[in-house]
Design a protein around this ligand. Structure first.
Ligand code: VGL
Ligand code: ZN
Length: 212
């Protein structure tokens, strides 16, 4: 009998700072919160990620004198977009959106916790030096299928999808349950194409919730 058949949903960065009034507000970010609540009951395991930065984090423009938000810097040979201060550990902005249902959450992943490196993916930092142990957690719980939704399409959702599929999970990105930053016009579309190219199934909520 194959026991590797559990389905998990990873709800990415549903935090105040990415929603209305937050410091790194994603357009229509709030719209995905009720969708996250609606989707939960279709999964065996519910994971949430939290972007969880120290105040001196390298991704904050404020920590690089002379740089501004949106600038791109090369750090250890990889390009890093500089962001407004966001999701500072224990701040209001780092809290999960107040309307998100928390009762069924099985596991929380904190990422971006080291000041010297960013971590868009729920699985690894941006250099793949350290893992968050999420892959181990999923394997331990016999998860074969990983569904990913949340914020933001063109950053944390994208990199989580790419790592999940590379790790060998059957990976599904729920497109209409994600919203993107779109620093440059077309970034969301590019992200979706890259995700598809990598072998991730890009699906819609109606593919899961048949009554829709
Ligand atoms: C994210 C930019 C910086 C995200 C996190 O959740 O997509 N984007 N930190
Ligand atoms: Zn961040």
């Amino acid at each position: 009998m194959n026991t590797q058949n559990k389905k998990a949903i990873i709800m990415v960065d549903l935090q105040n700072d990415f929603c209305k009034g937050g410091s790194l507000e994603v357009q229509e970010g709030d719209a995905v919160i009720p969708l996250a609540n609606e989707l939960q009951k279709y999964f065996d395991l519910i994971i949430v990620t939290k972007d969880w930065h120290p105040q001196n984090h390298m991704s904050f423009a404020s920590n690089h004198p002379g740089k501004k938000v949106g600038d791109v810097m090369i750090v250890h040979g990889i390009s890093q977009v500089l962001w407004p201060d966001h999701c500072v550990q224990h701040s209001k902005g780092a809290e999960l959106h107040p309307n998100l249902d928390l009762e069924s959450i099985d596991h929380i992943v904190h990422k971006g916790t080291q000041k010297t490196i960013d971590s868009y993916s729920a699985f690894f930092d941006n250099e793949h030096l350290r893992s968050t142990e999420l892959a181990n957690y999923l394997q331990k719980h016999n998860v074969s299928d990983v569904y990913i939704m949340g914020l933001a399409t063109d950053y944390c959702v994208k990199y989580s999808c790419l790592d999940a599929v590379q790790l060998g999970f059957n990976t599904y990105m729920i497109e209409d349950a994600c919203r993107g930053v779109e620093l440059q016009t077309g970034d969301i579309e590019k992200a979706i194409n890259q995700i598809k190219q990598a072998g991730v199934h890009v699906i819609q909520i109606k593919d899961i919730v048949k009554s829709r």
